[in-house]
Ligand binder design. Structure first.
Ligand SMILES: Cc1cc2nc3c(=O)[nH]c(=O)nc-3n(C[C@H](O)[C@H](O)[C@H](O)COP(=O)(O)O)c2cc1C
Length: 404
């Protein structure tokens, strides 16, 4: 079985659909605008449509619970990583190389988790990461996630390969939102999306850089033959005569694309996928307003490092000149705390919000964020840090031998 890595079916961050299509040797019809408008109705049978309160003891339990209600295609798509999934496991392992050293007896009381991220006030320093193809997770696609995130008082980042249009997502919640863009290869369509994002009220553009090709997501490839929902793409050109598709992405991105995005949207631009101090400094030089350290949840380049491993060096290079966002494997209040202590301004959650959506819709997503916020608050109380600003480098140390 060989991977057919051609441009047309490699363009989806969702990868599962594309990869499965490529493995079976069939063209992935959605990758062309003509095919996408003429698409057969989505077969979303088996995709949950839950809207209910869920009880969470720990976010660590969610994947196993969600697996029971998700369609096999949706579960493989969400839970899997690339290749050997080393990076996906490393994202979890990297946190436990750091211990938290509490400052007892310092007279601090109740914790305040609120913070501000690029001008948006949020209830705690964790936001919802962009995720494409949420129609494989919940029958209402992106809607539960944006609503639940807003209800929890934090920021939602919409993916450009969503099932709902960017305007529908914007209208679903009053909470702060960013728009993540896979820059389309058609410049006109790229311009249109950037202008529409600004008009719809998004507060920043997040450019994701690590999907030149979709990787080998083998859990999905093994499901060859399972029923695939034919998910429609929400973001198609609206300009009369407009060409392009959200999944037809520019494969040769460079730093000049950042300037294009800034000019066309008039919004701050954040680059996502950075994993080195050198690249973070380039991001500063090319006018990015923030840098988002991410390996795409271990779904793209396997054996790339975790954001947590690179964070201390990136923070030392950036020296507070722009916010740093970190994602990958965040499941605990302790994880948020350790990322902040090492220099992050906020973290982002991918899979946990999807499992929350599958299990409980908007209420499920809200519960995920509320639970993590409560846990962070507990960690802050136990560590002796009354507010987000007080979580500094002094509170963490390398696990080996320094905890004493
Ligand atoms: C199912 C799925 C789809 C994703 N789609 C996108 C996407 O459309 N755009 C993007 O920038 N990142 C995408 N990501 C990566 C997330 O934004 C985020 O970097 C990652 O999920 C964080 O790791 P975590 O899932 O361990 O929290 C996706 C991740 C998952 C799990």
């Amino acid at each position: 079985m060989s991977l057919n890595l051609n441009r047309r079916n490699l363009l989806v961050t969702g990868g599962a659909v594309a990869t499965m299509a490529s493995v079976s040797g069939t063209a992935f019809a959605q990758n062309t605008p003509a095919a996408s408008t003429a698409a057969t109705p989505a077969d979303t049978s088996g995709v949950p449509n839950n809207e209910k309160r869920i009880n969470i003891v720990t976010l660590r339990d969610l994947e196993a619970e969600a697996k029971k209600v998700m369609a096999p295609f949706g579960y493989a798509y969400v839970s899997g990583g690339a290749g050997d999934e080393w990076t996906m496991r490393e994202n979890l392992a990297a946190f436990n190389r750091w211990v938290i050293n509490a400052d007892f007896m310092n007279g601090t009381g109740a914790g305040d988790t609120t913070t501000t991220l690029l001008g948006s006030k949020i209830s705690y320093p964790a936001i919802t990461a962009p995720v494409g193809n949420q129609g494989s997770v919940h029958a209402k696609a992106d809607e539960p996630n944006v609503k639940g995130t807003g209800a929890a008082g934090t920021l939602f980042c919409a993916s450009s390969v969503s099932q709902l249009s960017l305007e529908e997502i914007a209208a679903a919640s009053d909470g702060p939102k960013w728009f993540q863009l896979y820059i389309p290869s058609d410049r006109g369509f790229a311009r249109e999306l950037l202008q529409r994002a600004k008009a719809a009220g998004y507060k920043a553009i997040v450019v994701t850089a690590d999907v030149d090709v979709t990787s080998n997501r083998e859990r999905s490839m093994r499901l060859q033959g399972a029923a695939l929902p034919n998910l429609k793409m929400g973001n198609a050109p609206k300009t009369p005569g407009g060409k392009g598709s959200a999944m037809d992405m520019k494969g040769n991105m460079s730093w000049s694309d950042i300037e294009f995005c800034r000019q066309e949207s008039g919004l701050p631009v954040i680059i996502k996928s950075i994993l080195s101090p050198t690249q973070a400094l380039q991001a500063l030089r090319y006018g990015c307003s923030a840098v988002w350290l991410s390996n795409h949840g271990g779904r793209q380049l396997d054996n790339s490092p975790s954001a947590m491993t690179t964070l201390p060096r990136v923070a030392a290079a950036v020296k507070g000149r722009m916010p740093i966002i970190v994602d990958g494997g965040i499941l605990r209040g302790q994880d948020v705390f350790r990322a902040l202590a090492l220099g992050a301004s906020a973290v982002a959650l991918g899979r946990p919000t999807l499992y929350g959506s599958a299990l409980g819709g908007a209420l499920g997503v809200q519960a995920v964020h509320s639970h993590l916020k409560t846990e962070l608050n507990m960690v802050m109380r136990l560590a002796g840090t009354p507010n987000i600003k007080s979580i500094t480098r002094d509170f963490v140390a390398r696990a080996e031998g320094e905890a004493g």
